[in-house]
Design a protein around this ligand. Structure first.
Ligand code: SF4
Ligand code: SF4
Ligand code: SF4
Length: 310
């Protein structure tokens, strides 16, 4: 079997096993079989998408990723969010963490946005986020411009405003004194309002800047957490330097404006914590020489890409 095809199967099985193990551990320690079904579903959605991505031809691979995005995005937002009324927004994470409730949003953040980043980097952003599930259907997947300098600071401001809002609710409205029903309803309201705001701002910003992922680059607060672990992630993008014809297609089509060729010329994998693991570069490369590799590499320079050198 060709090495690249073999890697596709290994990656697909690894993803499935990762979530299966988490599901079994939580089922046995928390005593709810829901955890097993929940993580089995996510593992199957992730591994099937990865498998499709690997076996589909160049240019069509992206449908493997989109399938995973839709399966996980609809489940997280529709079933866990709207039906089960779990607030998976960052405010929900802060609220549950303060309340010492280690389920729902806290588990989600610890697994997808903190612990999981050490293995898969920001693959959540590329493959599973429900906001991205929508904005990736907008027509500006290939950004028209480089990154706007300093706009990324907005995500840090957003992060601290979200935290401040929760602390305000916590001390001003004594959330802990609410009964279980009111506590859930409050969280559900924050989820609805938060998502309406996220989708509205994300779509407007994408349309103004002609860049689907503008919200991810500048406004969303989640990367503030995810960037920490993803710097050390084992799975990262790598280019086979000797076979590159320097056509530049990978950089031009990267939705996050990553300087792939700079990393390649420095004999490095893509170390940028802005990489969302979407593998659009893999999908587009005419030489089929970009892939996810699994290694431990830290301590090198992380290049950012601003307007002047895009
Ligand atoms: S940056 Fe935010 S909105 Fe964008 S994909 Fe990641 S979590 Fe979703
Ligand atoms: S798309 Fe492939 S061949 Fe072209 S520059 Fe990127 S890595 Fe090199
Ligand atoms: S470097 Fe590749 S995987 Fe990373 S964000 Fe850019 S296109 Fe996606």
């Amino acid at each position: 079997m060709e090495k690249k095809t073999k890697n596709v199967y290994i990656d697909s099985i690894t993803i499935f096993l990762f979530f299966l193990v988490i599901g079994v551990i939580l089922w046995k320690t928390q005593g709810h079989i829901f955890f097993l079904f929940n993580f089995l579903y996510i593992g199957i959605a992730g591994s099937v998408g990865e498998l499709l991505f690997g076996i589909l031809p160049r240019g069509k691979k992206i449908w493997g990723r989109k399938l995973t995005q839709i399966l996980i995005g609809l489940y997280m937002l529709g079933v866990l969010g709207f039906l089960a009324r779990e607030n998976m927004q960052i405010e929900g994470f802060f609220i549950y963490l303060l309340a010492g409730i280690f389920s729902g949003p806290v588990l989600h953040f610890l697994i997808a946005k903190v612990g999981g980043t050490l293995l898969f980097g920001r693959a959540w952003c590329g493959w599973a986020c429900w906001t991205a599930m929508v904005i990736d259907f907008l027509p500006w997947m290939k950004p028209r411009h480089g990154r706007l300098q300093y706009w990324g600071l907005l995500r840090y401001l957003h992060f601290f405003l979200s935290l401040a809002l929760v602390l305000f609710l916590w001390s001003g409205f004594k959330i802990t004194d609410l009964d279980k029903y009111s506590f859930r309803e409050l969280n559900w309201s924050i989820l609805i309002i938060g998502n309406m705001l996220y989708f509205t701002v994300a779509i407007i910003l994408a349309a103004i800047l002609k860049d689907n992922r503008a919200f991810c680059k500048y406004v969303c607060p989640i990367p503030v957490l995810m960037k920490i672990g993803s710097r050390f992630s084992i799975w990262k993008i790598e280019i086979e330097k000797d076979s590159c014809i320097e056509c530049g297609l990978c950089e031009k089509n990267c939705p996050m404006n990553i300087k792939l060729l700079s990393y390649m010329k420095n004999n490095q994998r893509v170390l940028s914590t802005e990489c969302i693991g979407c593998q659009q570069c893999v999908n587009i490369c005419p030489e089929n020489i970009i892939r996810y590799t699994k290694k431990i590499d830290t301590g090198f320079k992380e290049y950012l890409n601003f307007k002047n050198n895009a």
